[in-house]
Design a protein around this ligand. Structure first.
Ligand code: GRF
Length: 208
């Protein structure tokens, strides 16, 4: 059974789908041991409470310097001892020390087909606004391992989503979440939890 910690910042719809898939047995060999939010007002915390999952708020705003926040976040993880850390709509920069401590044990969901519309400044609705502005016909979501860059780690899973002519950023975001994010993240967790992900020559191989 792997110990899973989920980091959140907002509404927590990705967290909810992880909780639901663990509860219905779609995601196996996984226990969600803690949810950590940087935002005390995140509805994701309510979702964790409703599901009986322990939750904590560790916010940069509660520390004089970012270094102190980084240390507090890493200390909490040392305490909980996760096998896998999932960033589910988490909007805080991951401390380099954390990436070093958990190599290929941190995964992130990004709402585009990386390497399109990713990197610094591309998060939440901004990603979909950029895709619509560029006029791409297809977008989607990507689950990837977190490395020292932004949205630059090894890609685990991707799923394409068609863009419709009358899409607004909000409509597109919802479709990408429904058709891609909420499916990919639980799938990636289940693959990780069952030892089915192998990294070789900068590529992730999935053994079924
Ligand atoms: C979503 O746009 C997701 O793509 C991004 O964070 C946003 C919030 O997701 N990673 P959630 O509802 O908090 O899971």
């Amino acid at each position: 059974m792997i110990r899973l910690v989920v980091l959140v910042s907002g509404g927590g719809t990705n967290l909810q789908h992880i909780i639901d898939r663990v509860n219905d047995g779609t995601v196996t060999n996984t226990e969600i041991v803690e949810v950590i939010s940087n935002n005390k007002g995140a509805y994701a915390l309510t979702r964790a409470e409703n599901a009986g999952v322990p939750a904590k708020v560790i916010s940069p705003k509660d520390f004089d310097e970012r270094e102190a926040f980084n240390k507090a976040l890493i200390a909490e993880l040392d305490n909980v001892k996760p096998d896998l850390i999932v960033l589910a709509g988490y909007l805080v920069i991951i401390p380099p020390e954390m990436v070093e401590k958990y190599p290929n044990k941190i995964i992130n969901i990004h709402p585009s087909l990386i390497p399109s519309f990713c990197g610094t400044g591309y998060y939440g609705l901004k990603v979909h606004e950029a895709a619509l502005k560029r006029g791409v016909k297809v977008t989607g979501a990507t689950v990837h391992f977190v490395d020292e860059g932004t949205d630059s780690g090894h890609i685990i899973l991707q799923k394409a989503v068609e863009i419709k002519d009358d899409d607004t950023p909000e409509i597109l975001q919802k479709r990408v979440m429904q058709e891609a994010e909420w499916k990919l993240l639980p799938k990636a967790i289940d693959l990780f939890a069952n030892g089915k992900l192998t990294i070789k020559d900068h590529k992730v191989f999935i053994s079924e």
